[in-house]
Write a protein that binds this ligand. Structure first.
Ligand code: SAM
Length: 282
């Protein structure tokens, strides 16, 4: 396990992922009933953008760095507000020096009745996450293989909520594991919302991934693609995607406002596109 998210925290892919997460949580908050967030690959939760790792790549400058003080039209600003509040809560003096990972974005947006299970396999990262959430009775940090959690931890007792699956894609076979994990999880908890992150780097792998999802038999799959440049000659992160299973009816409408606004700010080279596509309907 060599992957360290500290090099990538706050980049364009994190922004899109965490915006989608915030929109899903906003929807879940429309009812008073408690929900649970299960983050199967949680990372360390809070990232220092002045760290050696973050400075080395500077990736955050092409992501949250472009968005934090950007002017947005009103409808996009309203939808992005919860996510931006989560970022600003770590940066009370303005700008962006610290960036929240997915468990901290989720935690910021939860109410007192909601719960978070943050799962991380890397020992050091899990220890840092435990320190971050020490004394927080709404959050459970578990040092565990996130793929196993898709069995043992589902369905959660709240019977409402969201599972974020955000693996590092450092090993071959991660796309297959994602489809397999989602299918297993969906069998145990068909009513849950699942958000699966994937990199847009190897286009052949994505074609196979989308085909496998279509053949999975799992209904209601919305695929979000967000590219910042056309396909590079050498493999490079040209974009990122998310497949949402059981998306709230509001998500597609909201993303059609938010994604073009983010794309105007974050795309670096034309032609780059964003898209929303149903891989499976009802
Ligand atoms: N979800 C985080 C966020 O948005 O802030 C970023 C997660 S990062 C892309 C992937 C994380 O998964 C890394 O922290 C890595 O240590 C962890 N990881 C790798 N293999 C894992 C596994 N099998 N189970 C759980 N965590 C794993």
């Amino acid at each position: 396990m060599n992957y360290r998210h500290a090099y990538h925290a706050g980049n364009f892919a994190d922004v899109v992922k965490h915006v989608v997460l915030s929109l899903l949580l906003d929807y879940l908050k429309q009812k008073d009933k408690a929900f649970r967030v299960i983050d199967t690959h949680a990372g360390i939760g809070r990232y220092d953008l002045s760290s050696t790792e973050a400075q080395k790549t500077g990736e955050w400058q092409g992501g949250i760095g472009r968005l934090i003080d950007a002017s947005l039209d009103k409808s996009a600003a309203v939808l992005l507000a919860p996510y931006l509040e989560a970022v600003r809560s770590l940066n009370p003096d303005g700008g962006v020096k610290k960036y929240p990972g997915s468990p901290l974005v989720a935690r910021h947006l939860m109410r007192k009745q909601d719960r978070l299970s943050a799962i991380e396999l890397h020992g050091d990262d899990a220890a840092r996450l435990k320190t971050l959430f020490a004394g927080d009775f709404q959050t459970r940090v578990i040092e565990l293989d996130g793929w196993l959690a898709l069995g043992a931890h589902l369905p959660p007792k709240e019977k409402r909520g969201l599972v974020l699956i955000d693996p590092p894609f450092e090993q071959a076979g991660e796309f297959d594991r994602l489809v397999d994990g989602m299918q297993r999880a969906h069998k145990r908890w068909p009513g849950g919302i699942y958000a699966l992150w994937y990199p847009i780097k190897d286009r052949k792998a994505i074609i196979a991934f989308r085909k496998a999802l279509k053949q999975s038999g799992v209904p209601k799959l919305l695929d979000i693609e967000f590219e910042i440049r056309p396909a590079s000659r050498e493999p490079s992160l040209d974009g990122s995607g998310m497949v949402v299973v059981n998306p709230p009816f509001t998500l597609e409408r909201d993303l059609r406002i938010v994604l073009p606004a983010l794309h105007r700010l974050l795309a670096v080279e034309k032609p780059a596109h964003w898209s929303l596509e149903w891989l499976a309907g009802e």
